[in-house]
Design a protein around this ligand. Structure first.
Ligand SMILES: [Zn+2]
Ligand SMILES: [Zn+2]
Length: 331
């Protein structure tokens, strides 16, 4: 539990008391202000703690402000509402857990063909990729940034929904107002640096939080005068939003900048598990938890399209044919 009103320690100092207790690997981050060969930097948690111990704001332009990568952390009690751990919000964790809960003998080391055709449950590389995903998704992440940073517009990896709360400083979030159709949803990609569309924004202050459903195009900015910021975020898929998530996964696969390797490792086992899930849900008559029979039928159809898309992307190593975008309507 972080104490936001503590007179002795700021929330950022409190979180570092936890983070610096583990001799984990150094945090890798990018400092765009450095010449190209030196941009990729590393810092231990102790070095990070030192950097954030300086609370004064340097005048703009003296030093390039840094936004650090998310750090997997167990949620502080007051960083997340209790409904996030309710059954309706734990689908992603359940899918992941089911795929990772596999006997060692079922992990494939064959060269070809890939699982499940060879009889194994999951490939070794998929298992490793899911393990990394689990570290980030089972308990959420700490977000640390200096004042004055801004991210590029994006939607979150694998089309996941995101909960974000502010524990210190001022975290600005701008998001694309709900697009009417897939074309409008994807238009910002034509000029991601200057996306002309309808945007809304909100500055989160300690105690504020925001939920972004799958595929929300957004960017995060820290006000130059807003001080260092500490946020907490968790990725999720709501059980009743399974179809919406799968649609966004499909749209993601249509993008040229998609991290094909990561998607090719993480998505196939998750899609296999959705198939298993739908079968079990039908057998148990639990369709209502997922929005009803029709939605589950649609989910299976989308799983088929996503699997086909992954195969074709890998086979041709090119982006998807445009008809894929039209096949998955956002209506
Ligand atoms: Zn095998
Ligand atoms: Zn994001």
């Amino acid at each position: 539990m972080l104490d936001p009103d503590s007179q002795e320690q700021r929330p950022i100092e409190q979180i570092f008391d936890i983070l610096t207790s583990f001799p984990s690997d150094a945090l890798e981050y990018v400092d765009e202000s450095l010449p190209a060969p030196r941009r990729n930097q590393r810092a231990t948690m102790a070095q990070m703690a030192q950097r954030f111990a300086r609370t004064h704001t340097e005048p703009m332009g003296v030093r390039f402000p840094l936004n650090f990568p998310d750090i997997p952390t167990r949620a502080p009690d007051n960083g997340v509402p209790s409904f996030l751990s309710s059954t309706s919000c734990t689908l992603l964790q359940d899918l992941l857990r089911a795929q990772l809960d596999v006997d060692e003998a079922r992990i494939c080391t064959c060269a070809a063909p890939p699982p499940p055709r060879c009889g194994h449950a999951i490939s070794k590389r998929q298992f490793a990729a899911l393990t990394t995903a689990w570290i980030y998704w089972q308990g959420g992440t700490t977000m640390l940034s200096e004042a004055g940073t801004v991210t590029a517009p994006h939607w979150d990896q694998y089309g996941l929904s995101t909960w974000i709360s502010c524990l210190e400083g001022e975290i600005g979030l701008a998001w694309l107002v709900r697009p009417k159709n897939p074309e409008e949803h994807m238009r910002w990609l034509s000029d991601p640096g200057r996306p002309t569309a309808r945007w809304a924004f909100k500055v989160l202050r300690p105690g504020d939080a925001l939920y972004m459903p799958s595929g929300t195009v957004h960017f995060v900015f820290r006000r130059p005068s807003g001080g260092q910021t500490l946020g907490y975020s968790e990725h999720l898929v709501r059980r009743r939003h399974l179809v919406g998530w799968l649609r966004v996964v499909g749209l993601t696969l249509g993008r040229e900048d998609v991290d094909l390797e990561g998607y090719g490792l993480v998505l196939p086992p998750l899609m296999r598990q959705v198939r298993v899930l739908v079968k079990a849900v039908k057998a148990q008559g639990l369709e209502e938890m997922y929005g009803g029979k029709e939605r589950l039928g649609e989910a299976l159809k989308l799983v088929g399209q996503v699997e086909k898309a992954i195969k074709s992307v890998f086979a041709s190593w090119r982006s998807l044919p445009s008809h894929f975008l039209h096949a998955i309507s956002l209506a």
